[in-house]
Design a binder for this molecule. Structure first.
Ligand code: 6PG
Length: 470
């Protein structure tokens, strides 16, 4: 019996690469794009392969074996709705539509309900790994209807990245919009780790005054580290190594210091506020990008507001080791915050997400893959309901050993006036989370003073109000 074919709609570079990956793994592909250039590039890249390219929705749907499986690879937003509208004219009950874009999870819920009314299944599916990952093996985070997932799982398992010891990097992330929620938080963690790396670079560059090639050598060494090693450190070493073809100097020194963003990090922070889960490292990474965008205001302020002398006069080797240990701890804190958020969302929205499985599928293929994910998976496997992985013995020991390093790094950077937006937020998070007492006693007194909001006491039960000014 011939293998049923698979549809891919949207042939930008991610769509084309996923289509080629699906075909390479033995499934005939029907590929759709309205525009000539993308359709043409797909034809060129798939010459001689089992890929049929069409620019008509009607033909696209008619060429697919029923019940159909269609993967949408379009830029998240209104474009996704437009393609769904067009496809709805032709698709039939029982067909499965998979949204592989970075869609906002409430949109996924809305779309799933709409398609359900038409008898169609909708799978919101995070796909991570960039262009290379899409072609050679991404980490795939699908959610929604379980039956629909089971119908597409054989294809997803074949095209996903493979771990050496732990299977294919795809799992059913849970009901409703769980797939896009997990991918959103993946990106929130991505924002956090990237900003932490940038702050380490900034401390070496501006506080220590280290030249870029030496900073590159530090990150190059760290690519082998069992603690911080992973994709983002690998590509940091790569970025710092690249020379500008015009000047021959490191290209990173020529790049405008203003970062863009497409929304997933901001949505992670917004959702955490909605659910009441503290993720300060991830949220501050969004703020750091926003601050980076205020370039002209910063240029002006730099001529008005004084900066301390930025030079670090201590032992550089020692500081480099402290930075390594601080980055290790802060990366752990990023994963801990993100997984805490997914745990809360899973409860609130009834996703039924398995955090051990999420950590497992992040071990390869995705942007946040690192050597830390295997121990993280083991913690959630052993204690699925653990409130925060930081209190598990395997991570509590790292917190206890490396908190002084993080503190020392933040102190040095602060003395030099180098902003530690995420390193500092992580330190404050850990100092708060490990504290039996916080100053919220005074906060409650203040609230009660001006607004009669009442307070509870440590020494007896009940709710109290004080007349503060009498
Ligand atoms: C991935 C990436 C990818 C992209 C995001 C974030 O997992 O492959 O997360 O999806 O990097 O869109 O992009 P921004 O930094 O532009 O928000």
């Amino acid at each position: 019996m011939a293998t049923d074919n698979f549809g891919v709609a949207g042939l930008g570079v991610m769509g084309r690469n996923v289509a080629l990956n699906i075909e390479r793994n033995g499934f005939p592909v029907i590929a759709y794009n309205r525009s000539d250039p993308n359709a043409q590039r797909m034809r060129e890249e798939s010459a001689g392969k089992n890929v049929t390219v069409t620019q008509s929705f009607q033909e696209f749907v008619s060429l697919l074996d029923a019940p159909r499986r269609v993967l949408l690879m379009v830029t998240a937003g209104a474009g996704t709705d437009r393609v769904i509208d067009a496809l709805l004219e032709y698709l039939e009950p029982g067909d499965v539509l998979i949204d592989g874009g970075n869609s906002h999870f409430p949109d996924t819920d809305r779309r799933a309900k709409r398609l359900q009314e038409a008898g169609l299944h909708f799978v919101g599916c995070g796909i991570s790994g960039g262009e290379e990952g899409a072609l050679w093996g991404p980490s795939i985070m699908p959610g929604g209807n379980r039956e629909a997932y089971d119908r597409i799982a054989p294809v997803l398992e074949r095209i996903a990245a493979k771990t050496a010891d732990d299977g294919s990097c795809v799992t059913y992330c849970g009901r409703y919009a769980a797939g896009h929620y997990v991918k959103m938080v993946h990106n929130g963690i991505e924002y956090g780790i990237m900003q932490l790396i940038c702050e380490v670079y900034d401390i070496l560059r501006r506080a220590v005054g280290m030249p870029t090639p030496e900073i590159q050598a530090v990150f190059q060494r760290w690519t082998e580290s069992q603690q911080v090693g992973g994709y983002l450190v690998d590509i940091t070493a790569q970025c710092l190594d690249k020379a500008d073809p015009d000047s021959g100097t490191p290209i990173v020194e020529k790049i405008l210091d203003t970062a863009g963003q497409k929304g997933t990090g901001k949505w992670t922070a917004q959702s955490a506020l909605d659910l009441g889960i503290p993720i300060p490292t991830l949220s501050q990474a969004v703020n750091a990008r926003i601050l980076s965008g205020l370039k002209s205001a910063r240029v002006e302020a730099s001529t008005i507001l004084d900066a301390p002398d930025p030079s670090y006069d201590g032992d550089v080797e020692e500081l480099t080791q402290l930075l390594h240990d601080a980055l290790h701890l802060a990366m752990i804190a990023c994963y801990a915050q993100g997984l805490h958020l997914i745990q809360a969302a899973s409860k609130e929205y009834e996703f039924g997400t398995d955090l051990a499985e999420v950590s497992r599928i992040w071990k390869q293929g995705c942007i946040i893959r690192s050597k830390l994910l295997d121990p993280i998976k083991k913690v959630y496997k052993e204690q699925p309901g653990i409130k925060n992985m930081l209190v598990h013995p395997s991570f509590a020991s790292v917190v206890n050993e490396s908190l002084p390093a993080l503190r020392a790094v933040v102190e040095s950077a602060n003395r030099s006036g180098v902003a530690t937006t995420c390193l500092g937020a992580t330190l404050a998070y850990l100092d708060s989370y490990r504290s039996e007492f916080l100053p919220a006693n005074l906060l409650q007194a203040l609230r009660d003073n001006f607004g009669a909001h009442t307070y509870r006491r440590l020494d007896r039960p009940g709710v109290f109000h004080t007349h503060w000014n009498r």
